[in-house]
Design a protein around this ligand. Sequence first.
Ligand code: IMP
Ligand code: MG
Length: 188
Amino acid sequence: MQIVRGKKIETLYDAAQIARRNEELAAQIAAGPTKDLLVIAVLKGSFIFAADLTRALHAAGLAPEVEFITLSSYGSGTVSQGVKVIKDIDSDVHGRDILLIDDILESGRTLTYAKELMYERGARNVTIAVLLDKREKRKTDLEADYVGFECPDHFVVGYGMDVAYAFRELPFVGVVTGDAEEAVPAKV
Ligand code: IMP
Ligand code: MG
């Protein structure tokens, strides 16, 4: 357990576990479609995972190009939800193998949109790598091709993921479990 910003954070996956898993994922990715490979990190939550996984891809013998896309979902409750591009990639994806990297696959709406967008633009093949899969929350039939860890239905932070812009800097994935108790002053 760590205390950050006055909150107690329990570790779900530590830095060493994540590093080992990234190496395994990179080996799996290297065995898949990698023609003129373009890695696209879905910002913001994936930035640390994408950085580490991309370096693991190099160690696994790949030489991908790297791009970034910022997507956001809109709508809530009974209003049908959609996804829009906030900041697009610059590269042409035509005829290329694309690896979309995201932090968490939850409903699947964000990555379904991104995958369809890349196929519409003429990508040869689109695969998906996510650090965490929240399978119970799925609202689409999307599956990731490469999954770091199955994630229990908790709101997680760290390793790029935030709650209200906080905790992205943590080197591990954790769950906020409550407020840290006030330190009791020693009696004199
Ligand atoms: P969806 O699959 O379209 O529902 O989108 C999942 C996105 O929601 C992820 O890429 C995250 O950005 C965000 N998200 C979902 N669950 C969490 C969480 O537990 N912590 C932080 N972000 C989350
Ligand atoms: Mg995200």
